[in-house]
Design a protein around this ligand. Structure first.
Ligand code: FAS
Ligand code: PHB
Length: 395
């Protein structure tokens, strides 16, 4: 048995865990990261694509923005579209802020490289990860390279995602979960073809939602709404391009096709726990909450959580635990503002599922159309979207 001790034991080496580690390193707080998958698996996950201005500012403050400044695509707005009518929401003109298209895989690679350079203790392929004693002296037990380990820590932080283990160590009587399941899913593709637009397009169409995003000047990222129980095998490349052509069509514009290199279906769900803290155990990122991807808030919420938590742990280490005691309330207050925005954008742009009766489907579609047309004609409505899409203040 290898017995070690640290100030903060971080469970999960996704973006939240590695960014928290980078913040703690910057503030001189000792930590170890324990990850149950391989480094290659963690790096290989294709997920988020857009960084809020608030997230860029966090990475910049830590000297971790060189990659995104070199390869990221700065966008001054997005396009919203309904039935072939496309309008621009100009973030820069409306709120003076931007977003940066920079895939989560790149963020993950940058964070991994930073920890390599720091010589951080990030243990991949850990098995049987078992955090215990949140109200006593926290300990994380696990097996690594065939050897049992026991890490004692001042605090354990679960950045272990929606299906993580840390949350399960909170008393069931303490933690409630608020949830909403959406009757839609996203079929996403990566295609080796230059984007047909210079900024993201979110489109509402009677057949369903579609979006045109990107990963680089030569790689497009696109999505179509499908029913939650759809199987990827039922969606040929031709069927996907046909749906995208139909739903994104607008006069005088053509969607360029190319080889599809990856396709997957992601269900849409909102879920938020009632507390991110129990004893000396804390949660951050997807471990505490998930959102539908329509508002591009999953990764950005994880960054906001650990920006708050990293600062609070550093202050606690220096003798002031006020920020740590208020972390859960502050992070959840911000997260519920993010949840309502993600719900608004999802309801705005998706048609009701096929199980909804025809007359109700028609009403709900027409109501969305009215809301989108209102947004298209209102600077005030667009300013609200711009303020939230580019990221609320993190404090
Ligand atoms: P993560 O889930 O990324 O990381 C958790 C880590 O903990 C993982 O590496 C996992 O292996 C590890 N772990 C889990 N259990 C463990 C245990 N018991 N012991 C040790 N380690 C453990 N967000 C967007 O903004 N836009 C998108 O388009 C988007 N698309 C997505 C598509 C999919 C398929 C999914 C699942 C999510 C998507 N998201 C998107 C959300 C996603 O980007 C998350 O918000 C982001 O990964 C959150 O980061 P973490 O909180 O670090 O959680
Ligand atoms: C992406 O590029 O993957 C992306 C962009 C914006 C979203 C969701 C996903 O809202």
């Amino acid at each position: 048995m290898q017995r070690t001790r640290t100030q903060v034991a971080i469970i999960g080496a996704g973006p939240a865990g590695l960014l928290l580690g980078a913040i703690l390193a910057d503030r001189g707080v000792g930590f170890v990261v324990i990850e149950h998958r391989s480094r290659e698996h963690v790096l290989g996950r294709i997920r988020a694509g857009v960084l809020e201005q608030s997230s860029v500012d966090v990475l910049e403050s830590l000297g971790l923005a060189a990659g995104l400044h070199a390869e990221g695509l700065v966008h001054g707005g997005i396009f919203l579209q309904h039935e072939g009518e496309r309008f621009h929401v100009d973030f820069e003109a409306l709120v003076g802020r931007t977003v940066t298209v920079y895939g989560q895989q790149r963020v993950q690679a940058d964070l991994m490289a930073a920890h390599d350079a720091l010589g951080s203790t990030v243990l991949y392929d850990a098995a049987d990860v078992d955090p215990a004693d949140p109200e006593g002296e926290p300990v994380v037990r696990f097996v690594h390279e065939g050897e049992p380990h026991e890490v004692r820590a001042d605090f354990v932080v679960g950045t272990d995602g929606f299906h993580g283990v840390t949350k399960t160590r909170f008393p069931a009587t303490l933690v409630r979960t608020a949830e909403r399941a959406y009757d839609a899913a996203w079929l996403g593709i990566l295609a080796d073809v230059p984007p047909s637009t210079d900024e993201l397009i979110y489109a509402l169409h009677p057949d369903g939602f579609a979006m045109h995003s990107m990963r680089s000047p030569s790689v497009s990222r696109l999505y179509v709404q499908v029913d939650p129980d759809e199987r990827i095998e039922d969606w040929s490349d031709d069927r996907i391009w046909e749906a995208l052509d139909t739903r994104l069509a607008t006069p005088g514009w053509t969607l360029q096709h190319g080889p599809i290199t990856e396709k997957s279906i992601t269900r849409m769900r909102s879920s938020v726990v009632s507390t991110l803290a129990h004893g000396r155990f804390l949660l951050a990122g997807d471990a505490g909450h998930i959102v539908p991807p329509t508002g591009a808030k999953g990764l950005n919420s994880a960054i906001a959580d650990v920006a708050m938590l990293g600062a609070a742990l550093a202050e606690q280490s220096a003798g002031d635990d006020a920020a740590l005691r208020s972390y859960s309330d502050r992070a959840l207050e911000r997260q519920w503002k993010v949840q309502q925005f993600s719900e608004y954008m999802t309801d705005l742009l998706h048609v009701p599922g096929s199980a909804v009766p025809d007359d109700e489907r028609e009403f709900r579609y027409r109501s969305r159309l009215g809301r989108l047309r209102y947004v298209g004609g209102s600077r005030y409505a667009q300013q609200s979207i711009a303020e939230q899409y580019t990221g609320l203040v993190i404090r």
